[in-house]
Design a binder for this molecule. Structure first.
Ligand SMILES: *[C@@H]1O[C@H](CO)[C@@H](O)[C@H](O)[C@H]1NC(C)=O
Ligand SMILES: *[C@@H]1O[C@H](CO)[C@@H](O)[C@H](O)[C@H]1NC(C)=O
Ligand SMILES: *[C@@H]1O[C@H](CO)[C@@H](O)[C@H](O)[C@H]1NC(C)=O
Length: 476
């Protein structure tokens, strides 16, 4: 029984009898994005005839496409993980990392694993770029059928997506909170606090899982009930992100040259981020262009994609450089490339493999997946020493970038929150240092991979998750 529900279900209305309840009875296809995608894949659809999927969405209604689930001798308890599995992006890759860790883990013999897409729009491009074994696993786990009263639900998304969602998404939990054994919200944030609406939503959950001590502190300070907040770190697939398994991708031919000239053999800085101010791309460009010139034989690759913006990053960079009044060095600009084409998940390790160092002077991060991916690939990492990444950045395994000051968000829904302004001067110093001291950089990269394996490898994190679920199932 959901302990919180009984006190508080008057605060927010319960969900209506939503069709997704069908996961627990019969399938109702018209509401299940995962199934739509599977249908598309099974029938060999491509992105260009996506409309056919929409057609199927309405024509399949209530027939069963899949064979019934295995029964007998399987545990009756379920862990239903609901996340943007088909969207790409931060919560999506985090959701996948848990599922891959938990699947087949020896400790989870007392419950079955189920998944459902929730929290963001599904992307066919993303699905198609997934390795085949992940697709197979998704299809398998999607078919798990559970009794609601024996299911622990994880709503893995931003609290605005939790029932009742503030935007159009599949509800989580899929039915009345109290119908489930327990409901857990898995979330995080990138500023120094959580807003009132999100605090309320967190407090409706039985537990709130956050990835770091930073979040434990900020969530509790913001008013989330301390007894509900649990730190569960994120796994990183250290076998997939293993530098020994890959050949470098040819970044030169994948990216577009924006500033400077072609450099055949130079030191390669890589940054990966969504194009938004929070990521500190302005700080990165400023420090990089001030510190280096063409004489340095250095390249900066920015692997980016739009975040509520159009795609024209090249011109944005040129405008930024012009408006900032930087002076072009006598020998010419150090080179900057943009990669804005879709890189399939399966190709991502080869991008890291092509770099000598990873750099991200972000103003705030939930966890910083590209950072741990880079670290797992044994790259030396320069990243802002604030928020989520403080969970894993140390002087021994990386180059933690000091913060100059806190600054206030001046607009948007999180106006008034604070985040960090990383030091531009120190960033210059650290970029020069990593380039000029290859032995030190290599040693930090090696230590980074060791730390990732020791602290965040899938088996270790799956143990932590399984223990918590076990405790919940064991109580009441
Ligand atoms: C849960 O519900 C199912 C079906 O309604 C029932 O058979 C089962 O005994 C219930 N389990 C618990 C633990 O209440
Ligand atoms: C915090 O949560 C616990 C467990 O759900 C509950 O017993 C307690 O009353 C809550 N405290 C507040 C201040 O809401
Ligand atoms: C990084 O931040 C932590 C506090 O979160 C601090 O203890 C540590 O000294 C900082 N490291 C550097 C290099 O600034």
């Amino acid at each position: 029984m959901n302990s919180f529900e009984s006190n508080n279900h008057h605060v927010l209305p319960d969900p209506p009898n939503h069709p997704i309840k069908s996961k627990f009875k019969k399938l109702a296809f018209q509401t299940i994005p995962l199934l739509i995608l599977f249908t598309a894949i099974l029938l060999g659809f491509t992105t260009t005839n996506y409309y056919k999927i929409l057609y199927f969405k309405f024509s399949l209604k209530s027939k069963t496409l899949f064979t019934p689930p295995k029964t007998l001798s399987t545990p009756s308890h379920c862990l239903l993980w609901m996340a943007p599995f088909l969207s790409g992006g931060g919560y999506s890759s985090e959701g996948w990392s848990y599922i891959l860790s938990l699947h087949g883990h020896t400790k989870i013999q007392s419950f079955r694993l189920a998944i459902e897409h929730h929290g963001d729009l599904e992307s066919l491009d993303f699905w198609e770029g997934l390795p085949q074994d992940m697709k197979n696993l998704a299809v398998e786990l999607y078919q798990t059928k559970c009794n609601m009263n024996e299911t622990v639900v994880i709503c893995h998304s931003e609290p605005g997506a939790w029932y009742p969602p503030l935007f159009d998404t599949f509800p989580c939990p899929p039915s009345f909170y109290r119908h489930f054994k327990a409901v857990i919200g898995r979330t995080m944030f990138e500023t120094d606090r959580v807003n009132v609406e999100h605090v309320e939503r967190c407090n409706r959950m039985d537990y709130v899982w956050v990835p770091t001590d930073f979040h434990k502190a900020t969530f509790i300070e913001s008013g989330v009930n301390a007894s509900k907040v649990v730190k569960i770190v994120q796994p990183i697939d250290v076998k997939f992100f293993d530098p020994d398994k890959y050949k470098a991708l040819d970044l030169d031919s994948t990216g577009k040259l924006i500033l400077g000239s072609e450099v055949k053999t130079g030191f390669v800085f890589l940054s990966i981020f969504k194009w938004e101010y929070r990521k500190g791309w302005d700080v990165l460009l400023k420090s990089y262009l001030k510190e280096f010139s063409k004489d340095d034989s250095v390249v900066l690759y920015l692997l980016t994609n739009p975040y509520h913006t159009e795609r024209d990053f090249g011109n944005k960079i040129l405008d930024f450089v012009e408006n900032s009044g930087f002076e072009e060095p006598v020998s010419g600009w150090a080179s900057v490339y943009v990669i804005d084409t879709h890189i399939a998940q399966s190709e991502l390790p080869r991008v890291y493999k092509a770099a000598d160092a990873f750099v991200l002077p972000s103003r705030g991060e939930g966890w910083g997946r590209p950072l741990v991916e880079a670290m797992s690939m044994s790259l030396p990492v320069i990243a802002t020493n604030w928020s989520g990444p403080t969970e894993f950045l140390t002087e021994d395994n990386s180059y933690p970038l000091p913060v100059d000051r806190m600054s206030e968000l001046m607009e948007g829904p999180f106006k008034g929150h604070l985040w960090a302004e990383p030091s531009e001067d120190k960033l210059q110093v650290l970029m020069r240092q990593v380039m000029d001291n290859p032995a030190e950089a290599k040693a930090k990269g090696r230590k980074a991979r060791e730390d990732m394996i020791r602290q965040f490898s899938p088996e270790i994190v799956a143990d932590i998750v399984a223990d918590h679920i076990q405790n919940i199932l064991g109580s009441t």
